[in-house]
Ligand binder design. Structure first.
Ligand code: SF4
Ligand code: SF4
Length: 129
């Protein structure tokens, strides 16, 4: 069952997470209490990740895929407009490939990244075996 892991020192009790939740299952911060999902509502969580993505303080982590998310949470992921534009302008469909083998670690890293591609309800249930 999903739970909100909230850093008490970072959380300003702004309740953005509760307001953004489409399922309206997050109980708002009140009287010094942190926002939380009551146990009786946890099954209604669609694991969309909106509460986590919209927290302005990056105080909230959902407990699924926790290790992966914590590893990139505070890293600078800003991409300047010029660099982004270059990536988009240089994109081509590749139909001819080199015969040089690609490192297995690189393939695994890319498959792991592909796991975060958009899915219905952001459920990210795709797996490779
Ligand atoms: S959005 Fe973040 S800072 Fe605001 S109440 Fe929720 S966890 Fe706390
Ligand atoms: S993951 Fe989505 S449905 Fe679950 S508590 Fe967060 S915003 Fe609500």
């Amino acid at each position: 069952m999903p739970e909100l892991i909230i850093d008490r020192k970072l959380c300003t009790r702004c309740n953005t997470c509760a307001n953004i939740c489409l399922m309206k299952i997050i109980r708002k911060a009140k009287d010094g209490e942190l926002p939380h999902i009551p146990q009786s509502r946890q099954a209604l969580c669609m694991r969309c990740g909106h509460c986590e993505a919209f927290c302005p303080e990056q105080a909230l982590t959902l407990d699924f895929l926790k290790e992966a998310k914590l590893s990139y949470k505070n890293k600078d992921s800003k991409i300047e407009a010029e660099r982004m534009a270059l990536y988009l302008m240089k994109r081509r469909s590749i139909r001819h490939f080199k015969s040089k083998p690609v490192d297995k670690d690189v393939i695994l890293q890319l498959l792991e990244a592909a796991h975060y591609a958009p899915t219905g309800g952001n459920s990210q249930t795709v797996q490779w075996r």
